[in-house]
Design a protein around this ligand. Sequence first.
Ligand SMILES: Cc1ncc(COP(=O)(O)O)c(C=O)c1O
Length: 288
Amino acid sequence: MGFFASVNGLISPAEEARVSVLDNGFTFGDSVYETLRTYGGRPFHLDRHFARLRNSARRIAVDLPQADGRLAEWLDALLARAGNPESYIRMIVTRGVGEISYRFERVKGPTVVMVVKPYEPLPESHYAEGIAVALVSVRRNAPEALDPAIKSCNLLNNVLAVREAQARGALEAILLNGRGDVAEGASSNVFAVKHGVVLTPPLEAGILAGITRDVILEQGAAWGVVVREETLRVPDLLSADEAFVTSTLKEAAPIRTIDGRPVGAGRPGPVTLKILQAFREYAPRHSR
Ligand SMILES: Cc1ncc(COP(=O)(O)O)c(C=O)c1O
């Protein structure tokens, strides 16, 4: 079991892995990333994570010359070396090693880092009882400034939001966009259930296209639930019958309270639990 890293394909224990202090990822946060997890030891929807990673890299004009097959080989070798029953996986692509300057033509890159560690699921009690979330004062980055669709390692917006939520005793922060509509969690997408219909903000709300969110939108009908993208305002969320957040690491985590106020009956509702169960059946079948 272990915590291992690969830097441009070279594997070492994570605490021994090294990236230059001149790397633009460190000096400018000039980098993009993906968070994955395994089911049965295999990465969930690796194809979709590669596609989103490439899209993020393209949006910041970072060239990622390695083909998906090559990246998958590096990841396979890393997973084999770590030998964890289930792994958390972080992939980071930085522009490369520069000179702490905006002379991008001098940057040598990219730097491709992969880190794996044993996967630690949320405690089952969070699924049985639901989690506390806080509607924080920090607004989600404006898409015109730093588009949340780019999965950037510039995570200060998210860090500030989570720190505010944690100071208020909540596990996850829910951020509003510049218009004051519900955007997303600091590391999750948000769903509300009203009269049996599952609603989640559209991408135009200025959010990340979460892979868990996409799966729920695509599979909802097959799972016997109606799922729609719809603008959510704060009162919609507060008056929902059920609400939940989704992410690779959280799957579908029921929300028990928002700013201390119970959602619906104050415990996970039937629609949320149906989606969680269906997702848990789907995920291992899409991990290769
Ligand atoms: C800001 C943000 N929104 C949503 C998500 C959920 O995305 P996914 O389901 O692909 O993990 C994440 C994941 O880390 C995130 O950081």
